[in-house]
Design a protein around this ligand. Structure first.
Ligand SMILES: [Zn+2]
Length: 332
């Protein structure tokens, strides 16, 4: 498959963000540091790349890069010599990475009119690394543009925020997303809408859900937990089987837990009188009546709290299988 063309016209949604950036470019008023803030997987990095391609395009169109000139081709293939892309080394962007960046920026760009530097997930930066970046953010060497991306919920030092122009990115429209999923993944409309809602408007998360078949596993877990009873002999074996299966998801386990949480949230809402059609998990409608009959709102909220606890235990590196076994027993 060809690499995606990094043009604004290929970016789904975010009309306001695109407009702000294109207006600034047209008026020659692009800032020197932006913070793209919003959920994971909605297109922040792609927008940053589209801007990089546009600012360096040799024959730009009215509000987009041409996608065919030498510079555009290099951005599209990820081989532009002036493009710098920094992602967390393990859990965070570290001070060593910031020092290396400052060293690179002490040299002029090789061929770019504007050298674009993307720093992804800056909410992961510890104070020491963030402080080391402040001077660069405030006064980057000429012809450099820093684009920082961060999760909406992540905490960022105010000293970083105050030095950047903030461009907010919201979740994508579910119907727009569903259209892309149907086209690119060949799935039907109900499934595409379910995945879009389960991914909470993040195309990146939606692709992951489909790729790992997380919805199918969630359905299996939900259906089995509904059938199990704590005092039956076969319950232990079944919980162990489901736990092993879920533990095999490894780092995707958090997505799986988020999906389960969404299901319990649906149950609370419907129990409180909201219509079934308002539920996000349209793929689990068949299990809804039995689940609502089985647990009252207080018990459902207990289960949501139990999911939060499991997530905390996993973040502390407790054994995945043990955390899930204990969780599933409590969810029965
Ligand atoms: Zn071009």
């Amino acid at each position: 498959m060809d690499p995606p063309e990094l043009c604004f016209k290929h970016i789904l949604g975010h009309e306001k963000a695109k407009h702000l950036l294109l207006e600034a470019a047209a008026k020659n008023k692009i800032g020197h540091a932006y913070l793209f803030r919003g959920p994971d997987g909605v297109g922040k990095k792609r927008t940053a790349l589209a801007l990089a391609a546009y600012l360096n395009c040799k024959s730009p169109l009215e509000k987009d890069a041409c996608c065919t000139c030498g510079s555009c081709r290099k951005y599209n293939s990820g081989s532009h010599p002036d493009f710098i892309h920094i992602i967390p080394d393990g859990a965070a962007i570290k001070i060593g990475q910031v020092r290396e960046l400052k060293h690179q920026l002490s040299f002029a760009p090789l061929e770019a009119a504007v050298r674009v530097i993307i720093l992804e997930d800056v909410h992961t930066m510890k104070r020491e690394a963030a402080n080391s970046l402040l001077k660069t953010l405030e006064e980057p060497a000429e012809n450099n543009l820093l684009i920082l991306t961060a999760d909406q919920a992540g905490e960022i030092l105010p000293t970083i925020i105050s030095r950047c122009q903030i461009i907010p990115f919201g979740p994508l429209d579910y119907k727009d997303m569903a259209r892309v999923l149907m086209r690119e993944k060949g799935i039907d409309n109900p499934k595409a809408l379910t995945v879009a809602a389960a991914a909470e408007g993040s195309l990146g998360r939606a692709m992951l859900l489909l790729e790992k078949d997380l919805l199918a596993l969630r359905q299996e877990v939900v259906e089995h937990l509904l059938l199990l009873q704590n005092d039956r002999p076969d319950t232990i074996a079944e919980v162990f089987r489901l736990s092993e299966k879920a533990a095999a998801l490894k780092e995707n386990i958090y997505e799986f837990l988020a999906l389960l949480r969404l299901w319990y949230r649906d149950l609370v809402l419907v129990s409180a009188g909201q219509p079934d059609s308002s539920a996000a998990c349209q793929d689990l409608m068949a299990s809804l009546p039995a689940a609502i009959k089985r647990w009252n709102i207080a018990q459902l909220n207990e289960r949501i709290g139990r999911l939060d606890l499991a997530e905390k235990q996993l973040l502390r590196n407790c054994s995945r299988s043990l955390v899930l076994e204990s969780l599933f027993f409590d969810l029965i």
